[in-house]
Design a protein around this ligand. Structure first.
Ligand code: 26W
Length: 822
C-alpha cells in the first residue's frame, strides 16, 4: 500500500470522523491550542493544516506522474497572481466540503465562520493576475502539468479604506496571520546576478564565449502553493520567489570592515520582492520593477533547467520539456535570459539556442493602452542587465536582417520593428522582444486580437501573420459560481447533475427552464437571498441601508477613466435631477454599487471615487428620493469581496469606451451568475452578447471603428454638451459645487470632460441613458427579466477558463488536455 494514498491515515482520511480527528490533532499538536481556548483564527489554521495534508499528498503524486511520464509541462510566467482564499476551493475540489461541515458541526464549529477567517494573497492588481489564477485552476482540472512562476511579494496590493469619502491606502499584511498554504522549499534556491560587466574568454574547444561578472548576486528562494483541480488528481503549482541576500557576499564586505555596505546589500536584496507595484496599465520606468521582472524570470528558467535535468531530459531539447507562456511583457526578459543560459552557461550555438527559445515561448498581450507598453531606457537596462543588452542587440541584428529581406528599402518599418526605440532617447521595447522570441502571440478576446493586428502589433502581424491567434479569456466556474453562489449551485446540481462545474457546456440544458414559471420563482428566490446577504454586508461595511428588492446595478473593477465609472455617475445624477424636478417621476428603485481600487498616484481616479461617495452622501439621504436611489462605494474590492458581490448583481456595467478594454473578466463572472449586461461593443462583451443573444443584452455606444473615426475628425465634447440639455444640466450640477461641499472638488473631472474628454463620455451619454431606460422597462416585467437572466447563465458555458486553457493547449502549447465531455 502506498504510504501517501488517501484514506489510509488519519491525516488524509475523508470521513467526517477522520477529518474531525485530524482537525483536533492539528489544533493541539501543531498550534498548541486546547479546543476550549481556540479562537476562530485558530480553527481556520487547524482546518487549513488538515486540508493541506490532502492537498500536498495529491501534489506530490501529481508531480511524480509528470516526472515519470516526461510530459511537456506548461510554465505560466506572471508577475501577478490573485488566487483568492484557498480553503473553500480545496474543499470543493477534493469533494470533502460536506464531510468537513459535518465534522466541525459535530463539535459546535460553523464552517462558514471558519472560512471567513482566511486572508487572501493580494499578489496582483486586477484582471491579469486573476486570469493567471483561473488558468492554474483550469490547468489542474484538465490534467496538464503546470507551474505558475511569480514573485512572493511581502506586501501585495494595498488595502483600501474609505475615509471621509476618499480612498486611503493601507499596507497589505497577508502574511501576518501565518500562511498555511505555502511550503518553503529550502532546497530550491537560485542565484540571480545584477549589474557589473561582461568579459570574453576562450573555452577548451577554442570557442569565444562570454562571461557575465555581476556587481551583485541575489538569492531567490522558492515558496510552493499547490493548486488543486476540480475532480482531478492533477495539481498545479504556484511557485513564488522571495529574494534574500547571498550570505557569502555580505560576509566578504563585512570581513573587510565594510559593515555599511554589507548591511546595505542585504537590505537591497531583501527589498526586491518586498512590494507589488500598484499601477494597473501605467508603465513608469522604475529600476526596481525591472529588477523584479528579471529576478523571478531568471529563477523560473533556472528552475525549469533543473527540472529538465531531473527528469532525464536534454537542455538541447528544452522546448520539448517546457512550453513557457509570457503573461504580458512583464516576464519578456525571459527571452534574453534563456538565450544567455543556453549560450553562455550551457555552451549551445546561438542559432540552436534561438530555435529552442522561439519554440519555447509564446506571448499574451493584455492591453492596447500605449501608456501600459513597457520600455526601458537603454542606459538603465544596460546598467542592470549588461549581458542581456548585448544579447538583445544580437537578436535585433539578426532579426532586422530578416526584415530587410522581407521588406527591402523600408527604413520606417525597420525603425518600428526594432527592439530598440531610437526616436530621441533610446529604449528597449519589451513587446517587440516578446514578439520576436515567441512562436505564438495572442490577444484575450476576438476584438482585442483583431485590434492588436491593426494597431500596436501591426508590423509584426504583417511580417508573421501565422504567429497571431486569439484565445478569449475565461473564468473558473468553481470559484465564481459553485463557491460564490451556493444557491444557484444547488439549482444547477439538481437540474444538470453534480459534475456541472467540470463541464459548463451542460448549462445549455437550462434553456427550456427559462419558460417555466416554477423554476423562475426558485431562480428569483436564490437571487433575492444573495442580495439580502450583500445588503447586510454593505450595511456592515458602509453603514448604508439598501433594499434587496431594488435593482442592484453593479460596476466593480479597477478605477480608470477608460472604464468610465464617471459615465455611470452621470446616469445616476441625471436620475437624481429628474426626481428633483418631479418627485413623482417614474424611476425604478435602484442600488448603484461601485467598487475598485485607484492607483495611489492616479489623481483623476481618486477624484472619481470621491465623486461616487459624494453622490451617495447627497442621494441616499434626500427625502425627495425616498429611498428609490442608493449609491454605495463598497470598499476594498478583492477576490473575497467579489465572491459576495457578483452573485447579487442584477445589472453588470461593462461600459468602457469601445476598443479600450482588452477583454474584461468581471463581465463573464456576473453574467454566469445571472446578471444582465449593459455594455459597449468592447473586449469580450462582443462575444458575450453573441452568446447570450442581442435580446438579452443592453447594448449602447460607439463601435471601436466609430471611435477612431470620431477622434480622427477632431472630437469636440462641447458640441454634445451644448446640444443635450440633460447632459448640460448634469455636468453643470457637478460643476456647481453641490456635491461634496467644495465647489472646486470636481472641477478637474468637469474640465477633463469639457476640454478633451479622452474617453468620449459625452459622445456616448445619450445612448447610455437610452439603454438604461430599456433596463428600467425590462425590470418592470419580472418574468421577462428572470427569463433573460436564466438564458444568460444557460448560454455562458463557453466562458469557462477550462475552454480557454484547452485552446492554449491545442493551438499554442501543443500539450494534451483531458478531452471535454462534449
Ligand atoms: C506596466 C504596468 C502594467 C501593469 C499591468 C501594464 C499592464 C498591466 C496589465 C496588463 C493590466 C491588466 O490587468 N489588463 C487586463 O487583463 C485582463 C486579463 O486579460 C483583461 O480582461 C482586461 O481587459 C485587461 O485590462
Amino acid at each position: 500500500m502506498n504510504a501517501i494514498s488517501p484514506s489510509n491515515t488519519i491525516r488524509t482520511g475523508t470521513s467526517a470522523e477522520n477529518l474531525r480527528q485530524a482537525f483536533l490533532d492539528n489544533l493541539v499538536c501543531a498550534l498548541g491550542r486546547l479546543p476550549n481556548y481556540a479562537s476562530a483564527h485558530d480553527h481556520y489554521l487547524a482546518l487549513a493544516l488538515t486540508v493541506r495534508d490532502h492537498v500536498v499528498a495529491r501534489a506530490v503524486q501529481s508531480f511524480e506522474q509528470g516526472v515519470v511520464k516526461m510530459m511537456r509541462r506548461v510554465a505560466y510566467l506572471s508577475a501577478e497572481f490573485l488566487p483568492g482564499p484557498h480553503l473553500a476551493n480545496h474543499l470543493l475540489n477534493l469533494g470533502i466540503a460536506e464531510a468537513t461541515r459535518e465534522a466541525l458541526g459535530g463539535i459546535g464549529i460553523d464552517l462558514d465562520r471558519v472560512l471567513a477567517e482566511e486572508e487572501e494573497p493580494g499578489l496582483g492588481n486586477g484582471g491579469l493576475g486573476r486570469l493567471a489564477s483561473c488558468y492554474l485552476d483550469s490547468l489542474a482540472t484538465v490534467e496538464v502539468q503546470s507551474i505558475g512562476y511569480g514573485i512572493r511579494y511581502e506586501f501585495g496590493i494595498f488595502d483600501q479604506v474609505i475615509r471621509d469619502g476618499w480612498q486611503v491606502e493601507g499596507t497589505d499584511k497577508w502574511l501576518s496571520g501565518g500562511n498555511p498554504w505555502e511550503i518553503h522549499r529550502l532546497g530550491i534556491a537560485k542565484q540571480v546576478k545584477f549589474g557589473g560587466h561582461t568579459e570574453t574568454w576562450t573555452d577548451d574547444q577554442g570557442r569565444t564565449r562570454v562571461r557575465w561578472v555581476p556587481s551583485i548576486v541575489i538569492k531567490g528562494e522558492a515558496y510552493d502553493t499547490p493548486i488543486t483541480g476540480y475532480g482531478s488528481g492533477t495539481c498545479s503549482l504556484m511557485r513564488l520567489w522571495k529574494s534574500e541576500a547571498v550570505e557569502s557576499f555580505d560576509f566578504e564586505a563585512f570581513n573587510h570592515g565594510d559593515y555599511d555596505r554589507a548591511v546595505e546589500q542585504k537590505v537591497d536584496s531583501e527589498n526586491l520582492s518586498k512590494v507589488l507595484y500598484p499601477n494597473d496599465e501605467l508603465h513608469r520606468g522604475k529600476e526596481l520593477r525591472l529588477k523584479q521582472q528579471f529576478f523571478f524570470t531568471s529563477c523560473a528558467l533556472q528552475d525549469m533547467l533543473r527540472l529538465v535535468a531531473m527528469s532525464g531530459g536534454k537542455v538541447a531539447a528544452f522546448d520539448e520539456s517546457w512550453a513557457v507562456q509570457l503573461n504580458d511583457t512583464h516576464p519578456a526578459i525571459g527571452v534574453a535570459e534563456l538565450m544567455r543560459l543556453l549560450v553562455d552557461e550551457h555552451a549551445l550555438e546561438w542559432d540552436d539556442a534561438w530555435a529552442i527559445t522561439q519554440k519555447t515561448f509564446s506571448y499574451t498581450n493584455h492591453t492596447l493602452l500605449p501608456e501600459a507598453l513597457e520600455k526601458w531606457p537603454v542606459e538603465l537596462f544596460g546598467s542592470v542587465l549588461p549581458r542581456h543588452l548585448e544579447i538583445i542587440y544580437g537578436i535585433n541584428h539578426r532579426f532586422l536582417d530578416e526584415v530587410r529581406t522581407a521588406f527591402p528599402d523600408d527604413d520606417a518599418r525597420l525603425a518600428r520593428l526594432s527592439l530598440i526605440d531610437e526616436h530621441g532617447a533610446r529604449y528597449v521595447r519589451m513587446a517587440n522582444l516578446a514578439c520576436v522570441g515567441s512562436h505564438k502571440i495572442n490577444g484575450v478576446a476576438a476584438l482585442h486580437s483583431e485590434l492588436l493586428k491593426k494597431t500596436v502589433l501591426a508590423d509584426f502581424a504583417a511580417l508573421w501573420p501565422e504567429k497571431f491567434d486569439n484565445v478569449t479569456n475565461g473564468v473558473t466556474p468553481r470559484r465564481f459560481v459553485a463557491l460564490a453562489n451556493p444557491g444557484l449551485a444547488g439549482l444547477l446540481e439538481r437540474e444538470l447533475g453534480a459534475g456541472w462545474p467540470g463541464d459548463l457546456s451542460c448549462l445549455g440544458r437550462l434553456e427550456p427552464l427559462a419558460a417555466d414559471p416554477g423554476f423562475r420563482r426558485e431562480w428569483r428566490e436564490v437571487r433575492l437571498a444573495n442580495k439580502r446577504r450583500l445588503a447586510a454586508l454593505i450595511q456592515e461595511r458602509t453603514g448604508i441601508v439598501v433594499t434587496p428588492d431594488s435593482l442592484f446595478d453593479v460596476q466593480v473593477k479597477r478605477i480608470h477613466e477608460y472604464k468610465r465609472q464617471h459615465l455611470n455617475l452621470l446616469h445616476v445624477l441625471s436620475l437624481y435631477l429628474s426626481i428633483k424636478r418631479d418627485p413623482d417621476a417614474g424611476v425604478v428603485p435602484r442600488t448603484f454599487i461601485f467598487g475598485g481600487k485607484a492607483a495611489p498616484g492616479y489623481f483623476l481616479a481618486k477624484r472619481i471615487i470621491r465623486l461616487v461617495t459624494a453622490t451617495g452622501e447627497l442621494v441616499n439621504q434626500d427625502p425627495d428620493v425616498a429611498g428609490r436611489l442608493k449609491v454605495v462605494f463598497f470598499p476594498d474590492f478583492n477576490v473575497k469581496n467579489a465572491q459576495h458581490i457578483y452573485p447579487a448583481a442584477d445589472l453588470s456595467e461593462q461600459i468602457s469606451l469601445a476598443g479600450m478594454e482588452a477583454s474584461g473578466t468581471g463581465n463573464m463572472k456576473m453574467s454566469l451568475n445571472g446578471a444582465l449586461t449593459i455594455g459597449t461593443l468592447d473586449g469580450a462583451n462582443v462575444e458575450i452578447r453573441d452568446a447570450v443573444g442581442a435580446e438579452n443584452f443592453f447594448l449602447f455606444g460607439l463601435t471601436a471603428s466609430e471611435v477612431s473615426a470620431l477622434k480622427a475628425g477632431g472630437y469636440q465634447p462641447q458640441t454634445y454638451y451644448e446640444s443635450d440639455s440633460l447632459l448640460r444640466e448634469t455636468i453643470d450640477f457637478i460643476a456647481s459645487g453641490a456635491l461634496g461641499g467644495d465647489p472646486d472638488l470636481f472641477r478637474p473631472v468637469v474640465d477633463n470632460l469639457l476640454h478633451g474628454d479622452p474617453y468620449l463620455l459625452l459622445a456616448d451619454f445619450r445612448a447610455y441613458l437610452d439603454a438604461q431606460q430599456r433596463v428600467g422597462e425590462l425590470w418592470g416585467d419580472s418574468d421577462a427579466w428572470t427569463s433573460s437572466s436564466i438564458l444568460n447563465v444557460a448560454r455562458m458555458g463557453r466562458f469557462s477558463s477550462d475552454r480557454s486553457i484547452r485552446e492554449y493547449c491545442e493551438r499554442i502549447w501543443n500539450v494534451n488536455a483531458k478531452p471535454s465531455q462534449t
